[in-house]
Write a protein that binds this ligand. Structure first.
Ligand code: ADP
Length: 609
């Protein structure tokens, strides 16, 4: 899709430029043209030319103190300063030269008038007309005359439009949008049978999963104009301005129908209206009301489809989501393993990549990544390849770039003391060993103790083999045990604790709390929900919905749960103390070891010892 460029400067700039050009032309070019025809000679030459009969007409300009004269066939004009000369009149009479007291016209006065004034003004007006027409057509731009007009970006059809094939994964979303494409192609088919298309479709999902892309792809597939506007662009400083923008947007859309109007981040205007005076927002509410009215106002099957995207569907006003407005909701979720692989491949087409890249493995490593993050990973890999002077990105570039996205760049000059490095090595091996020894834990992919810019001194990367939709109580418990494994190893070996476990502690606590308050996995509370999730798609923070006493009991339960798993991890490590030492020593020396190396050492020891 090609975005139509809006003229950036207001009309006034163009007028000023044209005016300046006009003045320059008049002040410099015209006198120059006129001057060019006048040749300056001295008085002697003039007198001798008169005597030799080479002069045609003479004009005595006493006020300007000069004499203008022409040659006999009047093709050239000469001038000379006037000198007090009583004999001049006699000389001229003798030479039979006709002379005047008035000015000799150097150029045709009509022509010169046309050139100097009429022509520039005509050009000036023509350009002005053209610019103002263009401005009107684009209907928008930061312009004083365009107060209250929508500034929607209009995308027109073009060969490079985004298609469904550019959006990898998200098959369910594409399927329900496909119907809209068909409708836009041939609305008559639907009208005949009496079916009507939803007026609005709400795309909901976490950030970066391709909602904007999907909306553009619908427009690209249907080959219709696409108006794009962000919800926040409607909200203005003055009450009523947003509403007038909504009106204008819909007016434009109806003129261009069939077309698609895309409102990104609709929660900016579509939030639940507030009954209380405090915290209510007049401007936003008016804008929302106008949007509701507009959506009701246009007939079904006019060919205007409104797509909107949000990652906070629960905060939308119920009036907005009722049938007749946004009556279809299309979830755009984080991609699963297959989806991730496809997205990686789509983006890999844009860069040069080695042929032997194992996309499945990369996709498995990037568990939980959104489409935008995956696109970023591929780009980071390409950048890394360039930095290292390779002509294409390799598997290791991709793996490293995943780590960059997860943990930041390697900190090249962070210097750990020997003791610190040892602690970090034991800590990471502790995680990995606990994970490996629990049958249900995912295998370890990589362990590294190279510090990262995010502040991590080392980390253990675990990779799930396939898709995981459900997690059992045991799996969750094992996960907590694995998280505590790092600290457990430090305690076992060094008999002390370090600050390195803060992130583990946070994660373990969060998991344990969720198990008790949301997943119903505690005996004491059974299947009672103690928390509700607020922003499902934005990190998912939760609010407590229980009495203070229950909250205290929950805290107790959480502590018990984590403590139990911590003890379990400590026991596992105690039983495998010899392997722990060997692996930590190996990691200390190598700094990074792969999952295979790790398993090999673990199993080798097991058979020989
Ligand atoms: P959202 O609107 O959901 O926040 P966008 O549609 O703006 O996300 O996506 C941002 C970028 O992420 C896109 O430009 C694209 O490069 C990439 N992306 C996201 N999802 C996908 C996908 N399913 N297939 C291909 N690329 C994707």
């Amino acid at each position: 899709m090609q975005e139509v460029k809006k003229p950036k400067k207001p009309l006034i700039y163009y007028y000023i430029i044209v005016l300046l050009a006009l003045m320059l032309f008049n002040f410099l070019a015209m006198p120059w043209m006129a001057q060019r025809q006048i040749v300056e000679v001295d008085y002697n030459t003039f007198i001798s030319m008169v005597e030799q009969g080479q002069v045609g007409r003479v004009e005595l300009q006493e006020q300007e103190n000069r004499i203008l004269f022409t040659d006999t066939d009047e093709t050239r004009v000469y001038k000379t300063p006037m000198v007090p000369d009583d004999t001049l009149t006699q000389r001229l009479l003798d030479a039979q030269v006709s002379f005047y007291g008035e000015e000799i016209q150097q150029t045709d006065p009509l022509l010169s008038f046309l050139l100097t004034w009429v022509l520039p003004i005509v050009i000036f007006v023509a350009i002005g007309q053209y610019m103002s027409k263009r401005l009107m057509k684009n209907a928008g731009g930061p312009n004083a005359m365009m107060f209250g007009k929508s500034s929607a970006k209009v995308y027109v059809k073009s060969s490079e439009g985004i298609r469904f094939s550019d959006v990898a994964g998200e098959d369910e979303a594409k399927e329900s949008l496909q119907e809209i494409v068909e409708y836009l192609h041939d609305p008559g088919k639907y009208r005949e049978i009496g079916a009507h298309m939803p007026k609005g479709v709400l795309l909901v999902g976490p950030p970066g999963t391709g909602k904007t892309m999907l909306a553009k792809a619908v427009a690209g597939e249907a080959n219709v104009p696409f108006f794009s506007m962000s919800g926040s662009e409607f909200v203005e400083m003055f009450v009523g301005m947003g509403a007038s923008k909504v009106r204008d947007l819909f007016k434009q859309a109806k003129e261009k129908a069939p077309c698609i109007v895309f409102i990104d981040e609709i929660d900016a205007i579509g939030q639940k209206r507030n009954s209380g005076a405090y915290g209510s927002n007049d401007e936003r509410e008016q804008t929302l009301n106008q949007l509701l009215t507009e959506m009701d106002g246009f007939e079904e099957n006019t060919g205007v489809i409104i797509l909107a995207a949000t990652n906070r569907p629960e905060s939308l006003d119920p009036a907005l989501t009722r049938p007749g407005r946004f009556d279809r909701r299309v979830p755009v979720e984080l991609p699963d393993l297959k989806g991730r692989e496809d997205i990686l491949k789509v983006h890999a087409k844009k860069v040069k990549v080695a042929e032997d890249v194992d996309w499945n493995k990369v996709a498995r490593m990037a568990a939980g990544a959104s489409g935008a993050e995956l696109a970023n990973i591929v780009n980071e890999a390409a950048l890394r390849a360039v930095r290292d002077g390779r002509r294409f990105a390799t598997q290791s570039d991709l793996e490293e770039s995943i780590e960059v996205v997860i943990a930041g760049y390697q900190k090249k000059n962070a210097i750990l003391t020997d003791q610190e490095k040892k602690v970090v090595a034991y800590h990471e091996v502790g995680h990995a060993l606990v994970a490996a020894r629990q049958s249900n834990s995912a295998p370890v992919q990589k362990i590294t103790i190279v510090p990262r810019t995010s502040g991590a001194l080392g980390y253990t990367m675990q990779v799930d083999e396939g898709n995981h939709y459900l997690m059992s109580r045991e799996e969750l418990e094992n996960k907590i045990a694995t998280l505590t494994g790092g600290r457990a190893a430090e305690e076992l070996v060094f008999h002390s604790a370090s600050t390195g476990a803060s992130n583990d502690i946070e994660q373990a606590t969060k998991l344990a709390r969720a198990m008790i308050t949301r997943y119903g996995m505690s005996r004491r509370f059974d299947m009672v929900a103690m928390e509700t999730v607020n922003n499902q798609y934005l990190g998912g923070d939760a609010t407590m919905v229980c009495s203070a006493e229950t909250a205290a009991q929950i805290d107790q339960e959480v502590v018990e749960l984590v403590k139990g798993q911590h003890e379990k991890a400590a026991n596992i490590l105690k039983e495998n103390r010899a392997k722990l030492d060997e692996l930590a020593a190996h990691l200390y020396e190598k700094e990074t070891i792969t999952g295979e190396e790790f398993m090999e050492i673990l199993n080798r020891k097991a058979t020989s010892g």
